[in-house]
Design a protein around this ligand. Structure first.
Ligand code: 2SA
Ligand code: GDP
Ligand code: MG
Length: 455
């Protein structure tokens, strides 16, 4: 329950100016190649931070995932944009947006997104480059995604059904079709036929006919023409930009706990949303990658199936979901909600080596008079669990130990200076820093561009 407003109007102008100054120096000190990565199970608010930082970077690049991502951002007039494949730098006129080789690209979706942006007044012409090495994600991959989920019945993953798993499967099994293949329409039908026949032989529910192939080939001839100005050797583009001292910001999709290697497998996505994905998905060397900012919600959400140790079931979860408006940006699905999980966050920090964190949606916790922090895990027999476990059975059985912190019962959404936050809110932020061992440099107190506190 919100009972007071914390900053007196007279203090706010000075606070905003101080915060803006501190923010600028924080942002300007980020290294030439920096990254923004998700620390939990996605939807931490990566898009918002990328949009804000993009004003100070020449290039914003996506390195993995596809249109499963949903990044919600607002421009300075408060107009909302939901991005899926287009990097969140697109609202800044001077930023070049790169879709790297590690991304799986659904062309009909990409063109729809570009058309939507253009009709909202965002010029995309000459501002988006797509790697010639990126793999194409076809409509049939999406159909197969749905068929796989049905086949899994009760153990379904809860994918976005955007065809992500099947497209990465085609890539890894080595019969995928890449963007550069669109330049050879003579061999394209044969390649697509192989993919579609494969799907038809695997799934009874997949109807494949010669007409389907013909139709798809005709569509892709048109797409190939439209895509041509966007295609680039982005490995060269990125490395030349690095030599030219241009500033590059890498935008992660999903998050470490959904990583194909480090996440709660098999309830994960099919790419590498953690630090390693930056190099493999863009073709840049590890030594050029500098600061990585981990984005972490002040609580936890997860969409889809799979383990979630700090999940709040019932009314508490509903309260968080409505307070935080926790519904999927891509699918509209209600997100599962729970308390912040320090064990998972520490594991994620180890994997990525973040230089700082962005704690988002702190404003949402204003609804709670007490806030819980999941600080450690115990086995069923009471012995401590050392780190986030791989074993799903263990994850189901373990007990989470919580620390209870007082809430602040105030609206903090208009605070712009750290020292103007209520004491209890600062205590929460500082306790998280202490437990995790990484500094929180950015604190989100609302969805808008300006709703960011620099610490
Ligand atoms: P997929 O579609 O194969 O990548 O799904 C596999 C798992 O990865 C999860 N996943 C996500 N989790 C949170 N947010 C995502 N993006 C959208 C958003 C999600 C939406 O921004 O809200 O709209 O539903 C995202 N993308 C993939 C997915 O839930 C599966 O658990
Ligand atoms: P992403 O996938 O990590 O970019 O996150 P999403 O865009 O899917 O989900 C985050 C949601 O929270 C979006 O609707 C954002 O507008 C919103 N958001 C981001 N930061 C904040 C914040 O600090 N406070 C509040 N209330 N909302 C935020
Ligand atoms: Mg999202």
């Amino acid at each position: 329950v919100v009972v007071c407003s914390v900053i007196p109007p007279s203090a706010s102008a000075l606070s905003v100016a101080q915060s803006a100054c501190q923010g600028l120096s924080r942002i300007e000190s980020l290294s030439q190649v920096s990254g923004v990565l998700g620390c939990q199970w996605g939807d931490e608010g990566k898009g918002k931070l990328v949009d804000i930082l993009a004003q100070h970077f020449d290039i914003v690049a996506r390195c993995q995932g596809g249109a499963n991502a949903g990044h919600t951002i607002y421009n300075s007039e408060g107009k909302k944009f939901a991005l899926h494949l287009v990097p969140s730098g697109i609202l800044n006129d001077d930023t070049l947006c790169v879709i790297g080789n590690g991304v799986v690209v659904h062309l009909p979706g990409l063109f729809k997104e570009i058309d939507g942006l253009e009709s909202s007044g965002v010029s995309c012409k000459g501002r988006i480059l797509i790697s010639d090495r990126a793999h194409l994600l076809f409509d049939f991959h999406q159909e197969v995604d749905g068929l796989r989920e049905s086949e899994l019945a009760k153990s379904f993953i809860g994918t976005t059904k955007r065809g992500i798993g099947p497209a990465y499967s085609s890539k890894v099994i080595r019969n995928g079709i890449r963007v550069c293949d669109l330049r050879h329409m003579d061999t394209f039908p044969q390649k697509l036929d192989l993919l579609l026949s494969d799907a038809a032989s695997r799934f009874k529910g997949f109807n494949y006919s010669p007409d389907m192939l013909k139709e798809e080939v005709e569509k892709y001839k048109r797409y190939a023409e439209r895509l041509e100005p966007f295609i680039a050797d982005t490995v060269l583009v990125m490395n030349e930009a690095i030599s030219d001292k241009k500033k590059i910001l890498v935008e992660g999709g999903q998050a470490t706990m959904l990583d194909i290697d480090f996440g709660t497998y098999p309830f994960v996505t099919s790419s590498s949303p953690s630090a390693g994905g930056i190099c493999t998905g863009l073709g840049i060397a590890p030594r050029v990658v500098g600061d990585l900012v981990g984005v972490v919600k002040a609580y936890t959400t997860r969409v889809g199936s799979g383990p979630f140790p700090t999940e709040i079931l019932g009314k508490g979860g509903d309260l968080l979901r409505f307070a935080g408006q926790e519904f999927g940006t891509t699918t509209g699905r209600p997100r599962r909600c729970g308390w912040l999980d320090i064990v998972a966050l520490k594991y994620c920090c180890q994997i990525n080596g973040f230089s700082s964190l962005n704690l988002t949606k702190l404003d949402v916790l204003s609804e709670f008079s007490e806030i819980q922090l999941g600080v450690s895990y115990k086995h069923a027999d009471g012995t401590p669990v050392k780190s986030f476990p791989a074993d799903l059975r263990l994850l189901e059985e373990l007990k989470v130990e919580y620390e209870v912190l007082p809430g602040w019962n105030c609206d903090i959404s208009s605070v712009r200076n750290y020292s103007d936050l209520p004491k209890a809110a600062c205590r929460y932020v500082e306790r998280v820093e202490e437990l995790v061992g990484a500094p929180i440099h950015y604190i989100g107190v609302g969805p808008g561009r300006d709703a960011l506190i620099f610490k």
